[in-house]
Ligand binder design. Structure first.
Ligand code: PMP
Length: 354
């Protein structure tokens, strides 16, 4: 830390993204990317825009937001697009949390939430998940503050039924509930259709997972116009050109290809179930994942050891050192071949411990 670093950030522990090592090629199952590259049409749309990069992007992202409004059945002014969904999440912490309205989220969830809270100097409260890693909705029905729920949750993959989300949102119209649906396309129920009824609901989505655009950095928020207007105020006060021209074009092209994305999601879901079965056959315990990853532990191989040994064999998975989940690894569902390689490597490691 330099001696000029502001005191207000001196205690900040930044978020640690999944590793992107360059020392060799790995089967990368650690950051929940899609195994499918973007389509030709998406690549062509981005390439075409690259020819106009001397010009700023549209600060209103009109083309993309119109396409989003149409795709999700909301109004144009109920949409905001951002540089990854991380950005709209950060905007939500900035806009809807303060001393009187702490951020509230589970003790095991997306690791960026406590960082966003700390970055913005807002208090936060972590509510323990039940022993089986499910959320007890009652905990959130009673709580005062701004609620952040990843649904399906990460890294567990467990989804909360939409009726429970609705109960939490309806319990207190005076507080905002942010539902982070990064993984919803892989098996959760989206809260988007609750938006017309609840002015305190913000739904956050991303193009990074089911739409194969993690590297484009494109996320979005959907909510009634008043919440969205607050987020635009924050956006115009930080970075009005937050979505670049190529990404805006790629996003709009992706929305025009719902069938293809849907087909990819179905393949990933099938691969997930097949891999889960194979791992269960090797005595792994798995959470019921509705996401594009599995969360698994083996009764006789510590989580960190499995992570390390897989890495030595050229397979990267994600291990978290939080005590409650240190026995587990989060394994992205990659291609069928990648998952076969994973299962084969794991089988060898299990044999070794016998
Ligand atoms: N929410 C959750 C639960 C996530 O796991 C991630 C991915 N790390 C994000 C949001 C952010 O994704 P992105 O910024 O790529 O949209």
């Amino acid at each position: 830390m330099s001696r000029w670093f502001s005191a207000k950030y001196s205690a900040l522990t930044p978020y640690t993204p999944g590793e992107q090592p360059k020392d060799r090629s790995y089967i990368k199952l650690n950051t929940n990317e899609s195994p499918f590259p973007p389509s030709e049409a998406v690549v062509r749309a981005a390439e075409k825009e690259a020819r106009s990069l001397e010009l700023y992007s549209d600060p209103e992202s009109v083309v993309l937001r119109r396409a989003l409004a149409e795709a999700y059945g909301v109004d144009f002014n109920e949409t905001i697009v951002t540089n990854g969904s991380d950005e709209v999440l950060n905007f939500a912490f900035m806009a809807f949390c303060d001393e009187k309205r702490p951020a509230i989220f589970p003790d095991i969830t997306y690791g960026f939430y406590p960082v966003f809270a700390a970055l913005n100097g807002v208090p936060f409260r972590e509510i323990p998940l039940r022993d089986d890693f499910t959320i007890d909705p009652e905990d959130y029905i009673r709580s005062e503050g701004t609620v952040f729920l990843a649904n399906p949750n990460a890294p567990t993959g467990i989804a909360l039924p939409l009726c429970m989300i609705e109960r939490i949102v309806a319990a207190d119209p005076d507080r905002v509930v942010v539902v982070d649906e990064a993984y919803v396309d892989f098996g959760g129920e989206s809260a988007v259709r609750l938006i017309p009824q609840y002015e305190n609901l913000l739904v956050v989505r991303t193009f990074s997972k089911s739409r194969s655009l993690a590297g484009a950095r494109l996320g979005f928020g959907l909510a009634q116009a008043s919440l969205i207007a607050d987020l635009h105020t924050i956006r115009y006060s930080t970075n009005p050109y937050n979505v670049n021209r190529m990404t805006e074009a790629a996003g709009a092209a992706s929305l025009a290809e719902d069938e293809l994305n849907h087909a990819h999601v179905e393949i990933i879901k099938n691969t997930r179930e097949r891999t889960a079965k194979a791992l269960a056959g090797l005595s792994f315990e798995l959470t019921p994942s509705c996401a594009n990853f599995l969360f698994a532990r083996h009764p006789s191989i510590p989580g960190e050891e499995l992570y390390r040994k897989l890495k030595q064999r050229g397979i990267l998975v994600r291990h978290f050192s939080l005590p409650r989940i240190a026995d587990y690894n989060r394994i992205t569902v990659g291609s069928a071949e990648e998952m076969d390689a994973l299962v084969a490597a794991v089988r060898e490691l299990v044999e070794e411990t016998k």
